[in-house]
Design a protein around this ligand. Structure first.
Ligand code: 6PG
Length: 248
């Protein structure tokens, strides 16, 4: 766990971690395949502007670990948030930013299923040439940048939800998200865990209780989806978010 002072320092540490991972992935495989959460994580991405000259943006492929089924210019769009925070101003080719198909999202109701199918098709088209498959046949992203909710959800995988047990699809529709809007698409838990590295950012007092629960108790019963992430999992935690940990 990397402990930093505050939200700005979290964003800086995130930018450093992403720049390093991007350089290494491009050296080894010629591409950096990254997938992003929404919410506060998207805002922290803005710090990557400082790295602009060092990053080979044209080698990036960007997906979203979850997306709300809304138009891109909607306040709720995770793609829109990341465009405003970063991608509107750096030179990733637009066709390499894999937003959900907004034409399927004129209305939120009924959009999740066709959106998830189309988004999974986009991802399948890149495998295995651009994004490798692991021995279980799952795409291996170089890095996922994850947030988590105060309830412990990651992506749009919510506590005790049946989707947590889904082992077939890569991109799953959810029509009953407890956090609005109800219809969204999300990476499955196996797809999350297949990624080479996962970075969690925990910033602010609102995340303190859940940060301690995930890192110190790590319940495996599905009540805290963030505790089910395995493999190379890195944490960037600021003082406020660490304040309820026993050893903080
Ligand atoms: O669409 C979403 O709801 C987000 O993508 C979600 O996965 C986010 O990462 C968490 O909800 C945490 O959000 P905050 O950091 O804003 O609390």
């Amino acid at each position: 766990m990397e402990r930093v002072r505050d939200n700005d320092a979290c964003a800086k540490a995130l930018a450093d971690a992403v720049e390093t991972a991007s350089r290494e992935a491009i050296e080894k495989r010629g591409t950096f395949a990254v997938a992003l959460a929404g919410g506060s994580l998207a805002k922290a991405l803005g710090a990557l502007r400082e790295e602009t000259r060092r990053v080979e943006w044209d080698k990036w492929r960007v997906f979203w670990v979850d997306e709300r089924c809304v138009k891109w210019d909607d306040e709720e769009s995770n793609f829109g948030g990341a465009m405003r925070a970063l991608f509107g101003d750096v030179s990733v080719k637009r066709e390499r930013l894999y937003a959900v198909d907004e034409t399927l999202c004129e209305r939120n109701e009924g959009a999740a299923k066709p959106c998830a199918e189309a988004y999974e098709r986009d991802l399948r088209a890149l495998t295995p040439d651009v994004i490798e498959l692991n021995e279980d046949g799952l795409p291996v992203f170089d890095m996922l940048l994850l947030g988590f909710g105060p309830d412990g959800h990651i992506c749009s995988l919510f506590p005790n939800h049946a989707l947590l047990r889904e082992t077939e699809g890569w991109i799953l529709p959810i029509a009953d998200s407890p956090k609005p809007p109800p219809e969204r698409v999300t990476f499955s838990l196996p797809l999350v865990n297949a990624a080479r590295a996962k970075v969690f950012v925990a910033s602010g007092a609102g995340k303190a209780e859940m940060t301690a629960r995930i890192l110190e108790e790590a319940p495996q019963d599905g009540s805290v989806p963030a505790a089910l992430v395995t493999g190379d999992v890195r944490w960037i935690v600021d003082d406020a978010a660490a304040s309820k940990m026993r050893n903080s």
